[in-house]
Design a binder for this molecule. Structure first.
Ligand code: AMP
Ligand code: ZN
Length: 467
């Protein structure tokens, strides 16, 4: 099975060739743990979980190392802990635990290694020392700063020259910086801030900058050059550009990772998600409360809804998207619940995923498989294996898939009217209208059953709530 991925670094879709097929290595930037992860944060977690599953399938699970870090030292964490009056440790432990529970519900597998920044301070300090020794970083005013001008091709990932970046920079430049784009590797800590003895002969305690954390953790667990580095598109600059600068200059390599993959952004009901707009949705909200669309959503439904869009496209997160995913999953559960999966995942689905993770195409193939599985029970084990492979179906019942059903007020009269309209449409051979009505009802959790009246030969439709 040959894989192709779009590489942000080369701006091309390329055939994937691991450096060592016996140890395929991927790093993905994980969460900064100070608050509930939002539904935008869920996107890279789900997308790269699919990449991980695909790599395991192609090279064998024992031959893939997936590292997704936890950033547990960051100024946002310090500020939140002070605000709450809790200790930093308490806040980061609690948030990391919540993150794990949330993403497990989304069918996400644990990575091979989940390093924490606070456990890699020595590696970060060593990188600072190496960069200073090689003339790529300097000490100024208690900081260690990366000297951007010392790297000939800084800006290669985001495809911008240093001149362009400097012209576009609006940030006020700290007086101790040599160049306006120079960035912090290490900074001094005040008494109340977390701190560790500083490197490079600096007196007093300090703490790392964000970018150096990922360079240190990736280097430790994956080596100087590895196969895939992933994250959201917003991380391309400056975070990933700076990770590359640090790692390459410290190790004297031409690359940090061969392939750079970035997921597109997620917005909610047509707007950028933000606390002030009141459309900020956490994974926890979707799973445990009735905040979005007056419903509560099963994690697999959330995953299905996410993967219905190609990972590089932007997503508009809507209630309708979730309803559609749930309607399909009701059909899945109806046909596949309790079926023993067997065999390999479907070949066409694998081919779609192998083509730069084309999940929308994979899901439309799944729809076709579902149609034939309804008619032919022999097709079911393979479909079940396919959906399990994608993490989309873990044998949930109709009831599991609709945890918020008690809050939805189903008007039986309106359901009967729609059923009658559907029968009418079918009589007129207007199949698309009939299907549309069935989908509309399915989105409400209403499952239809068509049976033939043995006496008259007419189709009789009964309905029940998905339970
Ligand atoms: P952060 O905790 O902000 O560093 O984000 C963690 C991950 O979530 C990064 O890979 C971000 O790129 C990604 N991310 C944050 N917001 C969004 C969004 N609205 N849509 C898609 N990905 C996002
Ligand atoms: Zn990172």
């Amino acid at each position: 099975m040959s894989l192709t991925f779009y590489n942000t670094l080369t701006r091309k879709k390329e055939a994937f060739e691991p450096i060592d097929p016996r140890n395929v290595r991927m790093y993905v930037c994980g969460p900064t743990v100070y608050d509930y992860a939002h539904i935008g944060n869920a996107r890279p977690v789900i997308v790269f979980d699919v990449v991980y599953r695909l790599l395991c399938h192609a090279y064998g699970a024992d031959h893939v190392t997936y590292v997704r870090n936890i950033t547990d030292v960051d100024d946002k964490i310090n500020a939140r802990a002070a605000e709450e009056g809790s200790s930093i440790r308490e806040l980061t432990e609690r948030t990391a635990k919540q993150f794990h529970a949330d993403i497990a519900a989304l069918g996400v597998l644990p990575p091979t290694v989940e390093p924490r920044a606070t456990e890699h301070i020595d590696e970060m300090k060593a990188l600072c020392e190496q960069l200073v020794a090689k003339g790529h970083a300097y000490v100024a005013d208690g900081h260690v700063l990366f000297d951007v001008a010392s790297m000939a091709d800084y800006g290669r990932l985001s495809n911008r020259s240093l001149e362009e970046m400097e012209a576009g920079a609006r940030v006020e430049v700290a007086p101790y910086k040599k160049g306006p784009m120079d960035f912090v590797l290490w900074k001094p800590s005040k008494q109340a801030e977390p701190g560790w003895p500083s490197p490079c002969g600096i007196e007093g305690d300090g703490r790392p900058g964000w970018h150096i954390e990922c360079s240190a953790m990736a280097g430790k667990h994956l080596g100087q050059v590895f196969d895939i580095h992933g994250g959201g598109i917003d991380l391309t600059f400056p975070h990933h550009e700076n990770e590359i600068a640090q790692s390459r200059c410290a190790h004297g390599t031409d690359l940090m990772a061969r392939v750079w993959m970035h997921n597109g952004f997620l917005q909610v009901e047509g707007e950028k998600m933000s606390k002030s707009l009141g459309n900020f949705i956490t994974i926890h909200d979707l799973l445990d409360t009735k905040d979005f669309g007056n419903s509560q959503w099963n994690g697999r439904v959330v995953r299905w809804a996410m993967l219905a869009t190609h990972y590089r496209q932007p997503i508009d997160w809507t209630v309708e998207r979730l309803q559609q995913a749930r309607a399909t999953m009701f059909e899945v559960a109806d046909v596949l619940h309790g079926v023993e999966p067997s065999g390999e995942p479907n070949g066409e689905v694998l081919a779609a995923l192998s083509d730069d993770l084309n999940t929308p195409s994979a899901l439309s193939i799944v729809h076709g498989l579902l149609k034939s599985a309804k008619r032919n029970s022999e097709k079911r084990p393979e479909l079940k294996a396919t959906l399990q492979f994608m993490g989309l179906y873990g044998d949930e019942t109709l009831e599991d898939l609709d945890p918020g059903r008690e809050v939805r007020d189903i008007d039986a009269g309106a359901v009967e009217v729609l059923i009658a309209a559907r029968l009418e449409a079918r009589k007129g051979k207007n199949w698309s209208e009939a299907d549309r009505i069935r989908d509309e009802l399915a989105a409400l959790g209403v499952v239809l059953k068509d049976t033939k009246d043995p006496a008259s030969g007419d189709i009789v439709t009964t309905w029940e709530l998905a339970r």
